[in-house]
Design a protein around this ligand. Structure first.
Ligand code: PGA
Length: 250
């Protein structure tokens, strides 16, 4: 049985402005801000809103995260954001290796590993994303693909550090499709085993959340699947009422 907190993570992607953030955070903070310590609500707005959201949630048990960070401390990297900048703006977490970064920005496992290492060194908690494409799943390669992503994306130095893994099948993101409960359970079990050998901890020591078309209607069922320590929510995290329902189902 998992002894982890239950993580409810909202990934706003490239959506949101100040007015939206204020309205949404106010509702989340009042409706879901006083959650028991066993539930960790993490909002990951675009970089421009991290500080604002961090300021708004002061006094609530809600945390803020970034959606990416650079692997270097600082430097001439136009358009990038460093882990220290996110931390300075009030973030406690950072999503890394999301399939939209891997696909849209050519991020390799190698790059994700270095970003994760930078995050850890900066005392940001990385949420490392992995997941297979539909072609890979249909070819029966999902477990193998995810295993390789884990081996190559999780830094050895993560041993003994706090980090999360998000299992996000690429074909389930933004599509309304989700794997069966059995498929999620099998993959989470597989991930737990791979992580155990990678970082030398007991299987299940690292929280593994599920992401991909999580909504208010399916959140409760997904959260009860063995090995699922929370959910990473995209589209449904932009609607305050729906996101609050997901938080409450935890
Ligand atoms: P979705 O996105 O909930 O809109 O499917 C999840 C994600 O990309 O993290």
């Amino acid at each position: 049985m998992s002894t982890h907190k239950t993580y409810i993570i909202g990934n706003w992607k490239m959506y949101g402005d100040l007015a939206m953030a204020r309205a949404l955070v106010e509702e989340v903070a009042t409706q879901a801000g006083a959650m028991p310590a066993s539930v960790e609500v993490i909002l990951c707005p675009p970089a421009t809103l991290v500080r604002e959201v961090a300021d708004m949630i002061t006094g609530f048990t809600v945390r803020v995260g970034g959606q990416d960070c650079h692997e270097q401390v600082d430097g001439a990297f136009t358009g990038d954001i460093s882990a220290a900048m996110l931390k300075d703006a009030g973030a406690a977490y950072v999503i890394l290796g999301h399939s939209e970064r891997r696909g849209g920005h050519g991020e390799t496992n190698h790059a994700v590993r270095h970003k994760a290492l930078r995050a850890i060194k900066t005392r940001l908690i990385p949420i490392i994303c992995v997941g297979e494409t539909l072609v890979e799943r249909e070819a029966g390669r999902a477990a193998e693909v995810v295993e390789q992503q884990l081996w190559e994306s999780v830094p050895e130095e993560a041993r003994g550090e706090v980090f999360l893994v998000a299992y996000e099948p690429v074909w389930a993101i933004g599509t309304g499709k989700t794997p069966t409960a059995e498929d999620i359970k099998q993959m989470h079990r597989h991930i737990a085993k791979v992580l155990a050998s990678k970082v030398g901890l007991a299987a299940g020591a690292i929280p593994v959340v599920y992401g991909g078309s999580v909504k208010a209607e399916n959140a409760r069922d997904i959260l009860t699947i063995e090995g699922v320590s929370g959910v990473l929510v995209g589209g449904a995290s932009l609607k305050a009422a729906e996101f609050c329902k997901i938080v409450k189902s935890a």
